[in-house]
Design a protein around this ligand. Structure first.
Ligand code: 13P
Ligand code: SF4
Length: 326
């Protein structure tokens, strides 16, 4: 294996073979190296189609914990690949572009969070999976949008809780569980925090039979308009159970590829961002993962996620607690 590959940009940047079909090459490399590709629903359609498994954050971490592949190639953002490495330290976890981050994870730097927690020494810390390994290491129980309500709801009523980093999800959990005294870190996702209430109302008027599907990272004013609030997997599931023909989708637009694949006779209308110039129903980080980068990553087995063992062990504890409770 070459060790002189330049990954200073966060990914391998090399000319691609012009005479080869990348999909065929990726399949070949996968078999040769006993690799599995895990992808989130927000990635590009061609990346989702190539993956061995596409899922929400919870399903992806469960899959990463149980796979018997030697290599996990994670087609998603950094915290997701990091979670896979935390759960599978003996496997090689590759990520096609290390700079594919997450604005929500970035809104909670571990050093600031550690200082913040000093104000709440007797609190149980519940953190959303969209966090760095440093934040997870300071956390008692990790959660995802699939199980956040269940996990907080299962804690004794008199247990004091700090929730991080998403203020919208935190406030949604407070409303559903009645845990009004839960302390919530003031973070947000730049995609979900900016959906426009006015534009969703206009869409509802234009499509009176449509059901509104919203992710809990959206603002309260948006969630009030929703027929269902849930993780990406829960929203997909709802489409299968509903009789509606049209759906207004208030989460990252990449999921519509999966919705159309699963329910080709239905219509999915992406909720527009509040400012049409900002493109904020699109997570640019997820779209950094391309077939070209996947091919080069598998070929050179770079870039690889590496985590210091002591911090990994602390972070793993909080994720294992979540998996036990899920
Ligand atoms: P899910 O766990 O619902 O897939 O959400 C992940 C995410 O990043 C939402 O922005
Ligand atoms: Fe992070 Fe938001 Fe992108 Fe989800 S949509 S990965 S929360 S930036």
């Amino acid at each position: 294996m070459k060790t002189t590959i330049d990954i200073s940009k966060g990914y391998v940047d090399e000319p691609l073979p012009k005479d080869k079909d990348l999909r065929v090459e990726i399949e070949r490399l996968k078999k040769e190296k006993n690799a599995v590709i895990l992808s989130h629903y927000y990635t590009r359609p061609e990346v989702q189609d190539l993956a061995d498994f596409v899922g929400d954050s919870l399903a992806l971490s469960q899959q990463a914990a149980r796979t018997d592949a030697s290599i996990i190639l994670f087609a998603g953002v950094h915290f997701m690949a990091e979670t896979a490495k935390i759960l599978s330290p003996d496997k090689k976890v590759l990520m096609p572009d290390l700079t594919a981050g997450c604005s929500l994870a970035d809104s909670c730097p571990a050093e600031d969070f550690e200082r913040f927690l000093q104000r709440y020494p007797d609190h149980t810390v519940v953190s959303y999976v969209n966090t760095t390994v440093g934040v997870k290491a300071l956390t008692d129980i990790t959660c995802t949008s699939s199980n956040a309500v269940k996990i907080v709801g299962a804690l004794p009523a008199d247990e004091k809780i700090v929730f991080a980093p998403d203020r919208n999800l935190g406030n949604y959990i407070k409303a559903v569980t009645g845990r009004e005294d839960m302390v919530v870190w003031d973070g947000a996702c730049h995609v979900h925090d900016r959906f426009s209430v006015e534009k969703i109302v206009e869409l509802k008027k234009a499509h009176p039979g449509a059901k509104v599907l919203a992710h809990p990272e959206c603002k309260k004013a948006v969630l009030i308009l929703a027929d269902v609030v849930g993780s990406t997997a829960a929203l997909l599931d709802y489409c299968g159970k509903s009789d509606a023909q049209e759906f207004i989708v208030v989460t990252e637009v990449g999921i519509i590829h999966q919705m159309q694949k699963m329910y080709p006779d239905r219509t999915f209308i992406p909720a527009p961002p509040s400012d049409s110039t900002c493109g904020c129903n699109d997570c640019a980080y997820m779209k950094q993962i391309t077939l070209e980068k996947i091919y080069l990553t598998l070929l050179y087995e770079l870039p690889e996620i590496r985590i210091e063992e002591d911090i990994r062990v602390r972070a793993e504890r909080s994720i294992r607690r979540m998996l036990e409770l899920s």
